[in-house]
Design a protein around this ligand. Structure first.
Ligand code: PMT
Length: 271
């Protein structure tokens, strides 16, 4: 049987991938399906937690016993999350799990009509705010070089996770445990795990679950493997700062994260 060690705990989980609109039919997005976040939310609810799931662009069924709020973009996700945290009679939440893949940037201008490929005599104008359109055909069988240089101006999205850490430190939000996830790929100099360590230091969450996502791992599929990193500044002495979780169903990764949340919320934790 599952432990009932999250009874009465209020946990907010984000899942899925944000979509940053370009025009009414296009967006910048990513491959997150929401499976990992949904699995974690379901496990937390089965262990007694009052779970709200903020789901960005997923097509999964609502997990039973979980309150689901649907969002599209990073700014919508931030708005929904802050609304959840400000609710609860101001008493805050026991844990936030930022599993969603949040876009770091969004198009600076969202066209209110579909951006056209071609502009020129007899064709529709390009959307306001797009780069100058390619030249139209100039004669039978002859087309000017096109497409080169067409670009999308981007604006940085807020770093929601880092914002939570800062707001908690400033006493503006009450959050027991802040968990981030990181989808990392290594390169020739730096391993995915080292990128994860640097990300934990930058973001300052209590826990960062690092998924190695090269070669099609992590996103969309049913299984996941992860290394769980704990922040040395907020972890009780003697607790492990790094733990490898074996490859397995996303529910098992979710359960391991729930173990850590339950342990960190125990009244004697850190004493
Ligand atoms: O959904 P699945 O198909 O099951 O795939 C699961 C997963 C691989 C997407 C998931 O387990 C995962 O790793 N999620 C985090 C992916 C990610 O966006 O990593 P990141 O390195 O870009 O961001 C790190 C952390 O900062 C995340 O907690 C993210 O929510 C948060 N973030 C990122 C950008 C931003 N502007 N604000 C944020 O809060």
């Amino acid at each position: 049987a599952l432990p009932y060690d999250l009874a009465g705990r209020r946990i907010v989980v984000t899942a899925g991938g944000t979509r940053e609109p370009l025009d009414p039919v296009r967006f910048l997005g990513n491959r997150s399906s929401g499976r990992q976040g949904y699995a974690l939310a379901l496990v937390a609810a089965a262990r007694g937690a009052d779970v709200t799931l903020i789901a960005a662009n997923t097509d999964l069924l609502d997990p039973p016993g979980v309150t689901v709020r649907r969002v599209g973009s990073a700014l919508e996700l931030q708005h929904a999350l802050l609304g959840e945290l400000a609710g609860a009679g101001g008493s805050g939440v026991d844990a936030v799990v930022m599993n969603a893949a949040v876009a770091d940037f969004r198009p600076s201008i969202v066209a209110d009509h579909k951006i056209k490929k071609v502009s020129g005599a007899g064709t529709e104008p390009a959307a306001a705010g797009t780069a100058p359109a390619e030249p139209a055909e100039t004669g039978p069988g002859r087309t000017e070089p096109a497409e080169a240089g067409r670009s999308i101006a981007l604006t940085e999205n807020p770093d929601i996770l880092r914002g939570l850490v800062r707001a908690r430190a400033a006493g503006e939000l009450t959050i027991g445990v802040i968990v981030g996830f990181a989808a990392e790929t290594g390169d020739q100099q730096t391993s995915a795990l080292d990128f994860g360590r640097a990300k934990l230091a930058r973001k300052g969450s209590d826990v960062l679950v690092v998924n190695e996502v090269s070669g099609g791992q992590g996103f969309e599929v049913a299984d996941n493997a992860a290394v769980v990193l704990q922040n040395p500044d907020t972890t009780a002495p003697g607790e492990p700062l790094q733990r490898q979780l074996a490859r397995g169903p996303k529910a098992l990764i979710g359960a391991a994260v729930c173990d850590l949340i339950a342990q960190r919320l125990r009244p004697d934790a850190g004493s």
